[in-house]
Design a protein around this ligand. Structure first.
Ligand code: SF4
Ligand code: SF4
Ligand code: FES
Length: 513
């Protein structure tokens, strides 16, 4: 058992490809090389996941001994002399890629990850035109469509293990696993069951980290095109705030190029009758939650109130903490009605004639739209990720970067009690102001447990402290939920974000994470 605990305040001197470099103790060889501008190729490594060292693409030679070490899994040491590239290392890497390609479908042109696939990019970098190895495995597993949310095409899996790691360690769900060894090694669900039959909460994090097109969102653009081209359908898009940025990334444009206004113009050009801003609904929901929190604090009941805009979190709570569901807000969304029902009511258009489409970076929202029913009604008719809507805009031949902006449509009655801004801070501020009549700002979050993923803030109300927690990622959510279960959580309000890096970490954004 290793007792090695790196001290980040201690410096380590080494040479990489003959160049001297000094880095803090605990730095991986991979990162030390990056500091010198040397990019060592990787496939299984991911910055948010722990060291797994499965693909061996990142091998380097150390101290002239010829011994190969994985640069992603080994920390630097004083006086090390690392070689990242020579003919031997290059040939080993080419052999590894060739072996992977021998068992990978040659379907790049039709793959969802075409031009964004890490294997494709490595193949290009190494100038590999064909695999020298004979194909051993039959690539004939049919892709599985999971709850109209995710597609798992295990023929394309390169067995990097990222999805298993994120599902098991980051989200603590354990819906997918690996089985067997050597050539039989594969990524699977227990007993090959559908994800919906296991603990999967459809957070989409496995798709977000997959380097190839083995796990991706279920494409609903076909049915949306049909609705857009039907004269008797009234089509409504509701877009989440991060979508414009995600579309920009899909078009390869610098951040900030695609404004919300340009996005609305593009959506109108492809045929949507109305384009709504989801943050208006989010603010209304926050208004309802503020009233509910006020009520619960007054009655000292069912605290903390736990809010979230992540559908994956609600699935997580239902599956793992059914005994704590009364801590969730009683109204899901606005007054417990589906987005489509609310729109029909406020616009006066017959609900049967409306096709309501969520456009969101969140794959979990796809699951919510297609599978969760509120008062017997599906939340929306379809949910498109930023990637899907960007493809639709491209297909329509729209030069989105050069469009002028169009404002969002507004159908809101205007009488609701909106709470704009970050949900937790805004609600805590509003609760305090309701008590004190003040208009002061909520204190900034203070990190607790030395971990930025559980942030804490407190408002002083008539001498009493009202504490609120902001939690990122489900592993951290579990810590808080267990404390609530034990009766040891003294917060009045908790906001949980399902994805460890918030909405930007969802693959629907077009973000490589
Ligand atoms: S969607 Fe989330 S819970 Fe389901 S398998 Fe993927 S990472 Fe695990
Ligand atoms: S499905 Fe994707 S993330 Fe999971 S092991 Fe296969 S290639 Fe890696
Ligand atoms: S990237 Fe280092 S072993 Fe895969």
């Amino acid at each position: 058992m290793s007792h090695y605990k790196p001290d980040p305040n201690k410096s380590v001197n080494l040479t990489i490809d003959g160049m001297p470099v000094t880095v803090p103790e605990g730095t991986r060889i991979l990162e030390a090389a990056e500091k010198l501008g040397i990019k060592i190729p990787t496939l299984c490594d991911h910055p948010d996941l722990c060291k797994r060292s499965l693909c061996r693409l990142c091998v380097v030679e150390c101290d002239g001994r010829g011994k190969l070490m994985a640069a992603c899994a080994n920390d630097v040491w004083e006086g090390a002399s690392v070689v990242t590239n020579n003919l031997r290392i290059m040939n080993i890497r080419k052999t590894i890629i060739g072996l992977i390609l021998a068992n990978h479908p040659q379907e790049c042109l039709t793959c969802v990850k075409n031009q964004k696939c890490e294997l494709q990019s490595l193949t290009e970098t190494f100038g590999i035109r064909e695999s020298p190895f004979r194909r051993e495995a039959a690539l004939n597993k049919a892709p599985k469509i999971e709850s109209e949310t995710l597609v798992r095409d295990m023929n394309k899996c390169v067995k990097c293990g990222r999805c298993v790691e994120v599902c098991q360690e980051i989200q603590t769900v354990r819906a997918i696993n690996s089985s067997c060894r050597s050539t039989q090694y594969e990524i699977c669900t227990p007993y090959e069951q559908a994800l919906s039959d296991g603990p999967c909460i459809f957070c989409g994090q496995c798709a977000a980290v997959c380097p190839v097109g083995a796990i991706y969102e279920y494409d609903q653009s076909g049915e949306v095109w049909t609705a857009l081209n039907s004269a008797d359908r009234h089509t409504v898009a509701e877009t989440a705030p991060a979508v414009a940025e995600g579309i920009g990334r899909e078009f390869g444009l610098p951040p900030g190029t695609i404004t919300a206004g340009k996005m609305v113009s593009a959506l109108k050009l492809i045929g949507f009758d109305k384009v709504l801003d989801a943050s208006v609904s989010a603010n209304e929901t926050a208004g309802e939650e503020f009233r509910e929190l006020l009520d619960r604090i007054k009655n000292r009941s069912r605290l903390p109130l736990i809010t979230s805009c992540s559908p994956g979190w609600f699935n997580f709570a239902r599956k793992f903490y059914p005994d704590l569901l009364d801590h969730l807000p009683s109204a899901k969304g606005n007054s417990g009605v589906s987005a489509k029902t609310r729109y029909a009511k406020e616009s006066g258009i017959d609900k049967s004639k409306i096709t309501f489409v969520y456009i969101t970076p969140c794959i979990g929202k796809k699951h919510e739209a297609m599978n969760i029913r509120i008062n017997g009604c599906r939340d929306a008719d379809a949910a498109l990720t930023s990637r899907e809507i960007a493809r639709m805009i491209k297909l329509a031949g729209i030069d989105i970067a050069n469009l002028s902006g169009t404002p969002f449509d507004c159908i809101k009655a205007g009488s609701r009690d909106d709470v704009p801004g970050g949900v937790m801070e805004a609600i805590v501020r509003k609760v305090r102001n309701a008590y004190t009549g003040e208009n002061a700002e909520t204190p900034a979050y203070n990190d607790v447990q030395g971990n930025e993923r559980i942030g804490e803030t407190a408002a002083e109300i008539q001498g009493a402290k009202i504490k609120a927690l902001a939690v990122d990622g489900l592993a951290n959510a579990r810590i808080v939920m267990e404390a609530i279960r034990r009766g040891e959580c003294d917060a009045a309000f908790v906001e949980i974000r399902c994805c460890p890096n918030a909405c930007g970490a969802s693959d629907g954004c077009g973000a490589a994470t």
